[in-house]
Design a protein around this ligand. Structure first.
Ligand SMILES: C=C(O[C@@H]1C=C(C(=O)O)C=C[C@H]1O)C(=O)O
Length: 93
């Protein structure tokens, strides 16, 4: 592989990373909208059933696309923890 090919591949990786980050930011905005609704109806931040449902979706879709299930679980746990932290922070304002 020459330098040009390497640069092209890394450019594509950078574009995908930009999309991932933009998607994470958009997801977090929606999570905060859910948090505002939960506050109105006095509903707990952590919803274990929903979290399990989403985690299973990560695992199944990841598997179908050749991604390791532990990797999918780890990613979802990171996202879920941050999502709950941000919701709790919104509630404290
Ligand atoms: C966003 C929510 O709040 C929490 C965060 C979730 C998520 O990030 O997917 C899922 C369930 C909840 O524990 C929700 O209840 O839908």
């Amino acid at each position: 592989m020459d330098d040009q090919e390497l640069q092209t591949l890394r450019g594509k990786i950078d574009e995908i990373d930009d999309q991932l980050i933009a998607c994470l930011a958009e997801r977090m905005q929606l999570v905060l909208e859910v948090a505002a609704r939960k506050l109105e109806i006095d509903c707990p931040i952590v919803q274990q059933n929903r979290a399990i449902e989403v985690e299973n979706h990560y695992i199944h879709m990841g598997k179908a696309l050749g991604l390791d299930s532990q990797f999918m679980t780890d990613i979802f746990h990171k996202i879920h923890n941050e999502s709950c932290r941000m919701q709790a922070r919104l509630w404290q304002i």
